[in-house]
Design a protein around this ligand. Sequence first.
Ligand code: HEM
Length: 371
Amino acid sequence: LLDWYRQMRATQPVYFESRYGCWLVFSYADAFHVLNDPVTFSSEPSEREDGRQPGILGMDDPRHRQLRAIIHQAFTPRIIEQLGPRIIAVTNALLDGLQERGEMEVIQEFAYPLPLTIIAELLGVPAEEQAMFRTWSTALTRGFQPSARAARPQAYEENERALRSYFAQKLEERRRAPQDDLMSHLLMASVDGQKLSEEELLDFCKLLLLAGHETTAHLLGNAVVCFDAYPEIAKQVRADPALIMSAIEEILRCFPSVSGALRRATRETILNGQRIEPGQSIMVQAVSANYDETQFPDPEIFDIQRQPNRHLTFGHGIHFCLGAPLARLEARIALPLLLERFPTLKHQPEHSIETIVSPFLVGVKAFHVTL
Ligand code: HEM
């Protein structure tokens, strides 16, 4: 894929993919330009499209800005930093007991449960109910893929309904008895004296749940795959744990767990010589932008000390990822703990590595290791 991206950046950096009816944007400068101009490149779907991105992700300003501010208050770096001890405890609980077993499947047993537990606790969901989330969210994330959705529309609708009625019930409980959690925070929030609508509340819960764990799960999974592929790097990080910060940024750059962003042109515009018509869709190719040689010297070299490293994996501009500090903190805590506790962690070669096929996610389905 990297060869294709390189070729596209050099020859057709803004390219109309007729199979998807969508413009693909490959270079860093063009990707940056699109994300930086939300007036021309809207996040709202056209009237013809049915699949809206959830919540504020699929909204433009001013409503986007007003609703984003509400979550922003709950996600300040200071509040996130306070989650440190809980992230350590959850990680240790996941890793305890594995030593005797001597092996694990990293995605199911480590990469998913950690961010899922943390976001579920933030939202205010009891631990014993979290397992249901996994089923819904896998089905819904696949549903963002038009082909998967078309193949099993019922599964998508059913999961969407189940998730919404679950959150509707939880919100109702909190209306009666507010608690110290994100759901109660959303219920109490208002914009110009107006509370959020039930639709907006449910959209928020869905977005936070999905965005809050699928993405980080693949960051953690991709990191373990990298440490296995580059044992000398794992060794360096074990020797100097401070290196984990820049290592995470390089993992995010090279294997962006979120690999693209979707926009729609609101007016006719020229992008790198190509005329884009109003209403046409644009997919920013974050993977390609992150390997753009004009922005990153020797982009195909995996360099955990790369500085600067302005990758586009968390997006850019008004929709820049609200959960970036949380995702970084989870990775910064959990990965060194894993490396420290299992210094001989190694992929089991009899299990092949199967990657996820999705236009929005970069990750592996399963990663079996011996400890
Ligand atoms: C937005 C990536 C983790 C919540 C975004 C966007 C990207 C992204 C690329 C912008 C999409 C666009 O411009 O269309 C990631 C990655 C993550 C991650 C790679 C992990 C490695 C999280 C977490 C949370 C979260 C942990 C919440 C707890 C959100 C929200 C938005 C968002 C609420 C919407 C912001 C807006 O529209 O203003 N994320 N994300 N993300 N992310 Fe994340």
